[in-house]
Structures are given as structure tokens and as C-alpha cells.
Design a protein around this ligand. Structure first.
Ligand code: ZN
Length: 131
């Protein structure tokens, strides 16, 4: 299962970041998933539930932020949200090769209990976790 290995990578990344900041427990992990990333949100959520056991993520929730497909048209210059995967400009009908968003698979932020954090505010943990 594709999402299981993604969840494992996600937890490893969070653990590494938490270790750098002596964080013992993570409250929530927010991820951004693009519509074209090929990742199914609810499958990732259930996989995360399996792999978080025994890690700093054991008590953490997974918040998923869906990122829509946005394209820039090389012909008329319009930027549009495109739910289809055809990548056609709805304004002039031209196919676009410029994808602005939609392939994301990244950690947006990691929220920790401040009392567990020995050296850093949760903001800096979140900043470091960007991939
Ligand atoms: Zn156009």
C-alpha cells in the first residue's frame, strides 16, 4: 500500500524534527496534499493511525489540507483552479504546461505541546519541517 510507506516517511520526518528540538510528544501534524499527488487522504489517515504507535506521533492527529490543481495559461495568462486533469485553460481552451499547484505532498506544520519542548517554540519546529 502506497499510503503506508508515505505515512512511515512522514512519521520518520516528524520524529527527526522532534528529536532536534527535544520534543517528546506531537499534538498534530498538518500535511498538504495536492489533487494530483496520487495520495488518497483517508487512506493516509488510516495508515498514519497504524504507524504512529510507539513514536512521538502516538497521540497526534493528522490534519489534511487538500491543495487544488492550479494552472497558468501560457496563451492568455489566466490562472485558474482546475479540477479536471486535462490542464485546459477554461478561458481560451489552450492546454497548459505550467502547473502552479496540485502535486504537493508536504508537511505544512507540526504542533507540539509547549511544555514538552525543551528549546524551541512550535513555530520554528513548523518552519524546519517544511520539505
Ligand atoms: Zn488561456
Amino acid at each position: 500500500m502506497h499510503e503506508l510507506s508515505i505515512a512511515q516517511n512522514l512519521v520518520q520526518l516528524v520524529e527527526a524534527t522532534a528529536a532536534e528540538h527535544q520534543v517528546m510528544a506531537v499534538r498534530s501534524v498538518r500535511v498538504r496534499i495536492g489533487a494530483l499527488s496520487g495520495v488518497v487522504g483517508f487512506a493516509l489517515e488510516s495508515a498514519f493511525g497504524l504507524v504512529r504507535e510507539g513514536t512521538v506521533c502516538a497521540g497526534a492527529s493528522l490534519d489534511i489540507e487538500d491543495v487544488p490543481v492550479r494552472i497558468a495559461c501560457p496563451n492568455c495568462g489566466s490562472v485558474t483552479v482546475n479540477d479536471l486533469t486535462f490542464m485546459l485553460c477554461p478561458n481560451c481552451g489552450r492546454a497548459s504546461s505550467e502547473l502552479l499547484s496540485g502535486r504537493e505532498l508536504e508537511i505544512a506544520s507540526i504542533e507540539v505541546d509547549e511544555s514538552d519542548c525543551g528549546c524551541a517554540a512550535s513555530e520554528s519546529v513548523a518552519a524546519l519541517a517544511r520539505c
